[in-house]
Design a binder for this molecule. Structure first.
Ligand code: FAD
Length: 318
């Protein structure tokens, strides 16, 4: 079932959803299942599975020369989505990236999703590769998430890359896209970023999931401006519970966002990461309660594969 259908069916009741990261290649999927299972008791209608960019690594040869190779360390997004859907009967949302994929590969990946009964796709540009400062589009790949949205929207209408196909069955995906309450790091202004979001929606995106934020005002302002601009699809807030002290430095740099003073003070007072985790849980509970009261479509948690703190939060919120 589509994310938008789940939202419509809930008739204004706030849903609970979360995002997981595939395990590193070489590990089994069992650890992931162990983390998901306790969360299933809270009946999430859909679970997102992220996709990681490929990485460079250097293979040393016996003559001492280094060979630069490319590897995807966390493959398996579509496989995990399918496994979860069939094992637990929960809808899944694979994240599909522009970066690292040609348009042909993207089309084939979407065909796999269609055959596997996956109804939703989160369409994203992806970040720069770890070793690169800026995002570099892949040769013959989509450049912006907008281009990917357009490709998926074409496939909904049965428009494939080849016009020589005998049949062209449409693949009716529900399309999610990313939104940034505190603006995307590369965008010159919040208005510019919102205009780009509107283009994604005007070209077929059905709903938006936001980047994490720690001050609900950022989300409320963002939604208000989006509505003024004519973006009328559901905007799902993304919530991340802080769990270690170094998040205070890493997160603002990585995601271009601010921590509220009060949260910074609380975290700074903590003597160890157990205390930080507890502050993170309390903060996320307060954020979630207020957002739920405001009638947001779903509370979407960035779980990073760890369920323990998410359980503590949602058992207080729902
Ligand atoms: P876009 O919408 O393409 O925007 C990228 C930037 O380009 C923005 O600054 C925008 O304002 C600008 N822009 C857009 N169109 C134009 C144009 N025509 N001309 C000039 N500028 C333009 N990353 C992963 O690698 N894997 C994941 O699984 C993943 N999941 C995510 C889930 C969520 C909910 C969110 C919020 C982010 C996620 N990301 C993920 C991170 C995301 O890939 C990065 O934030 C990326 O840098 C931008 O992706 P986007 O889809 O927002 O890009």
């Amino acid at each position: 079932m589509k994310v938008t259908e789940h939202i419509a069916k809930a008739q204004g009741k706030t849903l609970f959803s979360f995002e997981i990261v595939p395990p590193k290649k070489g590990n089994s999927i069992e650890e992931l299942y162990k983390n998901i299972e306790p969360l299933l008791e809270f009946k999430p209608p859909f679970i997102d599975v992220t996709t990681s960019r490929e990485e460079f690594y250097y293979k040393e040869h016996s003559n001492g020369l280094l060979e630069k190779k490319i590897v995807r360390m966390r493959p398996g997004t579509v496989g995990i989505c399918s496994a979860i859907q069939h094992k637990y009967n929960v809808d899944t949302v694979p994240h599909v990236l522009c970066g690292g994929f040609t348009r042909e590969e993207t089309e084939d990946l979407l065909v796999d999703c269609f055959y596997l009964g996956i109804d939703n796709i989160m369409a994203l540009r992806g970040d720069a590769m770890k070793e690169e400062k800026y995002f570099r589009p892949t040769k013959n790949g989509n450049v912006y998430a907008l281009d990917l949205v357009k490709q998926i929207n074409d496939l909904r209408k049965g428009i494939y890359l080849h016009d020589t196909l005998e049949n062209n069955t449409g693949m009716d995906f529900c399309i999610g896209v990313a939104g940034y309450p505190e603006k995307h790091i590369e965008a010159p202004s919040k208005t510019f970023d919102l205009e780009k979001l509107k283009e994604k929606v005007d070209n077929g995106a059905d709903y938006v999931v936001t980047q994490m934020f720690f001050d609900n005002k950022q989300y409320f302002d963002f939604v208000e401006k989006a509505r003024q601009m004519g973006i009328n699809v559901p905007i799902i807030p993304g919530i991340k519970p802080i769990s270690v002290k170094r998040h205070l430095n890493i997160i603002p740099q990585a995601f271009f966002l601010d921590f509220p003073e009060e949260l910074v003070k609380e975290i700074e007072k903590c003597k160890n990461n157990n205390e930080v985790k507890q502050v993170g849980i309390e903060w996320a509970i307060a954020q979630s309660k207020e957002l739920r009261q405001a009638g947001v479509p779903s509370l979407h948690y960035y779980s990073m594969g760890k369920s323990e703190n998410i359980i503590q939060i949602i058992s207080k919120v729902f």
